[in-house]
Design a protein around this ligand. Structure first.
Ligand SMILES: [Fe+2]
Ligand SMILES: [Fe+2]
Length: 247
């Protein structure tokens, strides 16, 4: 039996324009994650981690290229006229990587714990997307290539976390979970604020605007039709001619 989540994923990925937009968004997030990893490689004092972070960054850049290429190919098959496709970022977040973490301020252990959880979530989500993409084999193939790397990222970050923080890895993982939860809350609060803003503006439009429209209509009804003569004093008769001065 299908889980409710897989039905949601099927719905999200069914629309071709939404599929293309999601892929292009994933490309940005992956490239951003790659840049964070290069920064992490510059910061760490551990030579093995530096090498692994650089390899990881190359993987994320390759994922960005794969997603961008497929997203653009899909876009090129769509009609030029924009067709409405609702945004589903919160339903299909893709890979979060270091999620705008300040890499410079983090120790290796905290970075590895955060990365491990991100890669684990990405591997899980991408597996769901693969199952939902049976109608689009080329896009499915892209995710199959990417998910293989994500599983490797998930495993190496855990192994390295155990190496650099053998006694502290449990606490670091819990801290990373709490931080991910906080980012999730911030994203949710941002989306909620956007919805509330849209509702308030719509209400204002329908409640505050009609009285002004009514007043304008009444004023317009009182206006005489056609050309109307203006008072002689405004026409320069009996006073200074308007052509002799600027105002
Ligand atoms: Fe990736
Ligand atoms: Fe990854």
């Amino acid at each position: 039996m299908q889980s409710p989540l897989s039905s949601v994923h099927r719905w999200v990925w069914r629309n071709a324009r939404r599929r293309a937009k999601n892929l292009l968004r994933f490309a940005e997030v992956e490239a951003d994650g790659g840049r964070d990893l290069v920064r992490a490689a510059e910061q760490t004092q551990d030579p093995l981690l530096r090498r692994l972070f650089l390899l990881h960054a190359l993987d994320e850049q390759r994922h960005a290229d794969l997603f961008r290429k497929r997203g653009l190919a899909l876009m090129s098959t769509l009609p030029a006229a924009p067709e409405a496709a609702s945004r589903t970022d919160w339903l299909t977040p893709g890979e979060r990587g270091l999620d705008d973490l300040r890499v410079e301020q983090e120790r290796d252990g905290a970075l590895l714990a955060f990365l491990h959880l991100s890669e684990k979530a990405a591997a899980r989500d991408f597996t769901h997307y693969i199952a939902a993409l049976e109608g689009d084999p080329p896009t499915r193939e892209v995710f199959e290539k990417v998910v293989h790397d994500e599983a490797f990222h998930m495993n190496y970050t855990r192994a390295q976390l155990l190496r650099v923080a053998p006694k502290d890895h449990g606490r670091l993982l819990w801290m990373a979970r709490l931080r991910r939860l906080w980012s999730l809350y911030l994203r949710f609060a941002g989306a909620l604020a956007a919805v509330i803003g849209a509702v308030v503006l719509t209400l204002q439009y329908f409640i505050l605007l009609p009285p002004f429209a009514l007043l304008a209509r009444r004023a317009w009804a009182r206006e005489p039709e056609g050309w109307t003569p203006i008072a002689p004093e405004r026409n320069g008769q009996g006073g200074p001619s308007p052509l002799k001065r600027q105002y």
